[in-house]
Design a protein around this ligand. Structure first.
Ligand SMILES: [Zn+2]
Length: 594
């Protein structure tokens, strides 16, 4: 801590008042000692970890400036920047309000029950002063509200200190009357705070399961040697349980999570529901990011630019490989068994194979275009894009299996690649060349160059991965279910009693596209029979290869003829092949411990 900052007498200082809870309004006072004659300030347009320009300034209003009692003129430069015309070096004080009513993990929220905010929504950046200490003081907290954050505490109550602006906006705050519990992993204190849980929430179970995940991940990155420590002095999980919601955002020493209230573990039950496993997967995913993307990170993110998009072609690695390890860590922690883990992998495979966009967009392109494509999904998304999360995780799987099968269970694996990257970069910025080099080195001189070249083609090309073949070497059976009617017709629908059967996506090159259906069409009838659900049409389809379809678009009836091809891609199922040979079983045991 900077000694001047500790005395509270210097540095950039923010006071955040949360008294106006019913108005969802944060009142911020920013004090800038020794301002420039023309002092520029700006609010970030995006939050690192979520690759979309969100224009946080749209929620900022009432900006005013003063030096002592004298009002200071402010000029707005662009959508998120202002300049104050100062006289002399007397401290400049800016006051403004932030509308805080976004329940996601990316912005700010305030009501009578809780508060939450990210610095990117709240703290104007003071140009030229990024590297000074920044101080935060919370005000207006109602009696009984607690504060959870990993920002360092200052000397006064509800005072917090960040060494620079990057640190300031990488320690979100949770405020309110929340549940809290702690555990140790790798010799480091970990804390969980949970807002919005039901009275029967079994917090101890969540702590125990999270601890197992953290221990497994620390071992992955740093080995099992005594004294192996994660690269942070403490860690905080902030979970907000909602009626409906799912998501997380990673930070250097914490994560903000949103999950369905009903997915939390319940007292008196030991069952791990699919919803709870999904929540544990989210916990695992965001924790893994403390290494992979917060420290080990794309070279383009070495210095974050908060005013614009920060492009990288490497999200397939930083999000995709993190997605591979999130569920794999559940297996290693003993929270799912091998058959259940394979069901999770099969769901990912099925999702990728159902997206014609995998033949259109490479993983590198998908990463680069995240700002305008992944984060702006529409009816054309499955036709023109592929997710760097799902396909990236399958590339990690294919790479792990390729490394493992070469060593006949004794050789390298993807863990060795991750550790090599971590050690080689000192937990810092890396490029694609570093990843390819680490793969080549882990695979050894004989196979390394070919495997690195294969990884390059998986990332920059659009050919399907050889997963069925790789999995067979590990005694894992690949089975395709018969296609559903939606898969045969090449469309996706949303069904409800209110809207009927509504087309959400028409897939590239499919029967629905050829028939003239479009996203938004309502399917009324097939072969003269009213439809309530799409699958109701199955018994109505005649033996002939096409069907008469009645649909509505923009109030107009459409009479269409749709072909019903038999050979469509069905969902993939994976299972343990009990007839696998000894070599395959040995490989499987080393990979899945089962
Ligand atoms: Zn992620």
């Amino acid at each position: 801590m900077n000694s001047r900052a500790a005395r509270g007498g210097a540095g950039i200082a923010y006071r955040v008042d949360v008294a106006e809870r019913h108005a969802h309004r944060l009142r911020v006072t920013l004090t800038i000692p020794r301002p420039a004659a023309e002092q520029h300030v700006s609010l970030p347009v995006w939050i690192p970890g979520s690759y979309l320009v969100r224009e946080f300034a749209r929620h900022l209003s009432g900006l005013a400036a003063a030096q002592g009692a004298r009002a200071v003129a402010l000029r707005q430069i662009d959508k998120a920047s202002w300049v104050a015309q100062c006289r002399g070096r007397a401290a400049l004080t800016l006051t403004y309000e932030v509308h805080a009513f976004d329940p996601s993990v990316r912005c700010a929220y305030l009501d009578a029950r809780r508060g939450f905010f990210n610095g990117t929504s709240v703290f104007l950046r003071v140009q030229g002063r990024d590297h000074e200490p920044h101080r935060v003081t919370l005000a207006g907290l109602p009696a009984g509200w607690e504060v959870a954050t990993t920002m360092r505490t200052g000397t006064r109550r509800n005072e917090f200190i960040a060494a620079d602006y990057d640190e300031l906006v990488d320690h979100p705050f949770e405020l309110g009357r929340f549940w809290r519990g702690t555990f140790q992993a790798g010799g480091v204190a970990h804390e969980f705070v949970v807002a919005g849980a039901l009275p029967d929430f079994d917090g101890q179970r969540l702590l125990d399961d999270a601890q197992r995940i953290c221990v497994a991940q620390i071992a992955l990155w740093h080995g099992n040697a005594p004294g192996a420590k994660p690269p942070f002095a403490r860690y905080l999980f902030m979970l907000n349980a909602l009626d409906e919601g799912y998501g997380g955002l990673e930070h250097r020493a914490s994560t903000a999570l949103v999950a369905n209230r009903r997915d939390l573990p319940r007292a008196g039950s030991t069952e791990r529901s699919d919803g709870y496993v999904k929540l544990l997967g989210l916990v695992s995913h965001e924790y893994f990011h403390a290494w992979n993307v917060k420290r080990l990170r794309p070279s383009e993110f070495a210095h974050v630019d908060y005013t614009r998009e920060n492009y990288t072609a490497l999200l397939w690695f930083f999000e995709g490989f993190t997605s591979y390890y999130d569920d794999l860590a559940l297996l290693r922690a003993g929270l799912v068994d091998a058959p259940r883990y394979l069901r999770l992998v099969a769901t990912t495979i099925s999702g990728v194979l159902a997206a014609p966009g995998r033949k259109v967009q490479s993983l590198a392109q998908s990463s680069f275009d995240a700002w305008v494509k992944y984060y702006r999904q529409d009816e054309n998304t499955p036709n023109a894009t592929i997710s760097y999360y799902t396909l990236g995780s399958l590339v990690a799987l294919a790479l792990d299996l390729s490394l493992r099968s070469a060593g006949k269970g004794r050789g390298a694996d993807l863990d060795a690649v991750m550790r090599r990257l971590w050690q080689g970069s000192g937990g810092g910025p890396i490029g694609e060349d570093d990843i390819l080099a680490a793969v080549a080195a882990a695979a050894g001189p004989r196979r390394g160059p070919a495997l690195a070249a294969r990884l390059h083609s998986w990332v920059h090309g659009t050919d399907d991965l050889p997963l069925a073949e790789l999995l067979a070497r590990f005694g894992v059976r690949w089975h395709e279910q018969p296609p559903t009617l939606a898969q045969r017709w090449g469309l996706r629908v949303a069904e409800s009693a209110l809207t009927g059967v509504k087309v959400t996506h028409v897939l590239r090159g499919g029967a629905a596209e050829a028939a003239g259906l479009a996203a938004g069409d309502e399917l009324l009838a097939v072969e003269g029979w009213r439809l309530r659900r799409l699958e109701d049409a199955l018994p109505l389809l005649p033996a002939k290869a096409s069907a008469r379809l009645l649909a509505v678009r923009d109030q107009c009836l459409l009479e269409l003829t749709i072909a019903t091809p038999a050979g469509a891609q069905g969902a993939v199922q994976l299972g343990l092949d009990e007839s696998a040979g000894a070599a395959a079983r040995a490989l499987r045991k080393a990979w899945l411990q089962g």
